[in-house]
Design a protein around this ligand. Structure first.
Ligand code: RET
Length: 232
């Protein structure tokens, strides 16, 4: 029977622990700081707090699963988390734009569908239900479509036309997160499954780092924009 005591050499388990605590702290922060921002930003902070709160719960579970199985990837629970938190991030994009301007709902659905395609492909690849390389290619296509949509598509035009500096700043930061922050995930996948030296430990470290950047930094970007805008 494997045990649940953290050992100094188990970097992956320790990283699950550290991220768990960071998610808890971020959740408390976003909910408490809600009082400091003006009405139209409150929903954004609520969503940011829900994302980190849901992730915290999954991280407790992932650490246990990793330790009790002696170092197997908690793939199912990781994807359950992503299937809940990624759509919430898409909602967040939409809410930020909708706070300052009118946005067609078609944009929301396009982002939702492409991110779902990306995640379904990743899940099928990681559980060997689909060829890992093919799944990677389909996942990349879904992600690249999102990048196209927020740099050249309607979301970008709506943002440029909105004329609200804080919202534009938030949108630009979110763009960077989806481009650079989200890029950490396919790197993790490649380390875990592509090439010769498949490495579940490093993959989980990379995924954990990615979640830290994309859930906590993501929320902080919104928070910073919200506080600046609320002062005006
Ligand atoms: C909070 C969780 C987030 C923001 C998760 C994001 C996940 C991704 C951007 C995953 C992307 C993938 C690819 C682009 C291709 C390979 C398969 C994935 C699912 C790892």
């Amino acid at each position: 029977m494997k045990e649940l005591l953290l050992k100094s050499g188990d970097h992956v388990a320790i990283s699950f622990w550290v991220i768990s605590m960071a998610m808890v702290a971020a959740t408390a922060f976003f909910f408490l700081e809600r009082d400091r921002v003006s009405e139209k930003w409150k929903t954004s902070l609520t969503i940011a707090g829900l994302i980190t709160g849901i992730a915290a719960w999954h991280y407790f579970y992932m650490r246990e699963a990793w330790m009790l199985t002696g170092g197997q990837s908690p793939t199912e629970i990781r994807y359950v988390d992503w299937f809940i938190t990624v759509p919430l991030q898409i909602v967040e994009f939409y809410v930020i734009l909708a706070a300052v301007t009118t946005v067609a709902s078609g944009l929301f659905w396009r982002l939702l569908v492409s991110s779902t395609v990306m995640l379904v492909a990743g899940y099928l690849g990681e559980t060997q239900a689909m060829n890992v390389t093919l799944a990677f290619v389909i996942g990349m296509a879904g992600w690249l479509y999102i990048i196209y949509e927020i740099f050249a598509g309607e979301a970008s035009k709506v943002n440029a036309a909105s004329g609200n500096a804080s919202s534009q700043k938030a949108f630009n930061t979110l763009r960077l997160i989806v481009t650079i922050g989200w890029a950490i995930y396919p790197i993790g996948y490649a380390i875990g499954y592509l090439g010769s030296g498949a490495d579940a430990g490093t993959m989980n470290l990379v995924y954990n780092l990615a979640d830290f950047v994309n859930k906590i930094a993501f929320g902080m970007a919104i928070y910073a924009a919200a506080v600046t805008d609320s002062k005006n």
